[in-house]
Design a protein around this ligand. Structure first.
Ligand SMILES: C[C@H](CCC[C@H](C)C(=O)SCCNC(=O)CCNC(=O)[C@H](O)C(C)(C)COP(=O)(O)OP(=O)(O)OC[C@H]1O[C@@H](n2cnc3c(N)ncnc32)[C@H](O)[C@@H]1OP(=O)(O)O)[C@H]1CC[C@H]2[C@@H]3[C@H](O)C[C@@H]4C[C@H](O)CC[C@]4(C)[C@H]3C[C@H](O)[C@]12C
Length: 383
């Protein structure tokens, strides 16, 4: 796999950093998640695929010293705390990079390492709001609406941080040097919204929220309910595709207002909605599948893996516990990701194994254990 041989130490966090670590693990990196001790029974990391867990108390001097040793032998450290936490633990980048100048020290936060909000708590919705992107989302005459916690936490957070790490790893092959990555989710989500900024002079966003082409204003970029209570998604933007939509709906474009007549959009939406409501989702798929009308079913999580297209591409995978999840993307032709089929690690399951691998002696491990700096948890105790 592409990242085989890359050693990552991920300090356990809530949602974005775990995704970042899972991406690296899926593509072959050896990822050790450092969990807190004393731990809660269940990890908050639901994206632990392919990782190993080491339970270590960083607040104890021996614990932070152990993390320093791990960092010395690691390529990447991912830390998910607000600014200042690592410095308080004596584990700031100045310390760790001095000990291992090749270390890539990735700091994944909401607000970044500097600025007025650097020390403040926050979550996806706050970062999305501060990036300006949230102001663009939502239906007409309604409050801004955050699309789950996908944009800041994951797209602008976990994925952008992974991009930073891969870029820094590549650069290190030339310079031999590590560096610090300041991955702010506010900036990450702003960056992925560059299209919104760069397309402003096209007139795409001139109208109030919820009345533009791509923000639920247009009848041809919308979801519609079907007679069986399901939904179809319509994205027929280009005129030639719009024409196919009109045809599939059984309408005659000569008798309709022009596609871009804004004032007619509300009326056209109602018309489309009443037509979509007359057939089931499957019936609409029969009509639109194989056309360029840009109409697809809105699949539920129950249906998505068994949809023919997704089945053909094996886009969803099943682990040893029969849990279904998305296959890592993108597909690399020679060195694709090979996600682990095993269950996620229990907290402290690999403490001993990891410490041995990173050069700790059995005696040192025994001392850390008796001093309650580490926890060792055998899988059978969790069954
Ligand atoms: C699914 C839910 C998650 C929702 C995601 C949400 C929408 C997000 O947006 S996540 C993005 C959050 N933001 C960031 O990550 C940005 C950077 N981080 C921060 O800003 C902060 O970390 C923070 C604001 C997120 C949290 O602040 P906090 O004050 O708690 O922490 P920090 O200031 O960063 O300091 C950390 C302190 O911890 C110490 N530490 C760390 N590691 C160690 C260690 N190994 N040893 C010792 N000490 C350690 C560190 O030193 C700091 O100490 P000090 O403060 O003294 O300096 C999930 C959200 C909640 C989950 C549920 C919940 O957890 C309860 C259950 C738990 C159970 O186990 C599983 C089920 C739960 C119901 C669980 C389910 C889900 O996971 C959640 C709902």
């Amino acid at each position: 796999m592409a990242l085989h041989g890359v050693r990552v130490v991920e300090l356990a966090g809530l949602a974005p950093a775990p995704l970042c670590g899972m991406i690296l693990a899926d593509f072959g990196a050896s990822v050790v998640r450092v969990d807190r001790t004393p731990h809660s029974a269940v990890s908050t990391d639901v994206q632990g695929r392919g990782k190993r867990s080491l339970a270590l108390d960083l607040k104890r001097p021996l614990g932070s010293a152990a993390l320093r040793r791990l960092s010395c032998a690691a390529d990447v450290l991912i830390e998910p705390f607000r600014h200042g936490v690592m410095e308080k633990l004596g584990l700031g980048p100045d310390v760790l990079l001095q000990e291992n100048p090749r270390l890539i020290y990735a700091r994944l936060t909401g607000f970044g390492q500097t600025g007025k909000y650097a020390n403040s708590a926050g979550h996806d919705i706050n970062y999305l709001a501060l990036s300006g992107v949230l102001s663009k989302m939502g239906r007409k005459d309604e409050n801004p609406y955050a699309p789950l916690n996908l944009l800041a936490d994951f797209a602008g957070g976990g994925v952008i941080c992974a991009l930073g790490i891969i870029t820094a790893l590549y650069e290190r092959t030339k310079s031999g040097k590590g560096q610090i990555i300041d991955a702010s989710m506010v900036e990450g989500v702003a960056y992925i919204s560059s299209f919104l900024w760069k397309s402003q002079n096209l007139g795409l966003w001139n109208r109030p929220r919820g009345e533009n082409m791509l923000d639920s204003g247009a009848p041809f970029y919308e979801t519609y309910k079907t007679s069986d209570g399901k939904f179809m998604a319509v994205g027929a933007i280009e005129p030639q595709f719009y024409e196919q939509l009109i045809k599939g709906l059984g309408l005659d474009s000569d008798k309709l207002p022009s596609q871009l007549s804004f004032s007619d959009w509300p009326k056209m939406k109602k018309k489309f909605a009443s037509i979509f409501a007359q057939k089931t989702q499957a019936e609409w798929c029969n009509i639109f599948d194989g056309t360029d009308a840009c109409v697809t079913p809105v699949l539920s999580f129950d249906d998505v893996a068994s949809h023919q297209h997704n089945k053909q591409r094996r886009s969803f995978i099943r682990n040893d516990q029969e849990e279904i999840s998305p296959r890592p993307a993108p597909l690399l032709s020679r060195t694709p990701a090979v996600p682990s089929c095993k269950r996620d690690p229990f907290i402290g399951e690999h403490t001993e194994e990891v410490l041995l691998e990173y050069g700790f002696t059995k005696q040192e491990i025994a001392k850390l254990y008796s001093d309650k700096v580490i926890e060792i948890r055998k899988p059978k105790s969790n069954l």
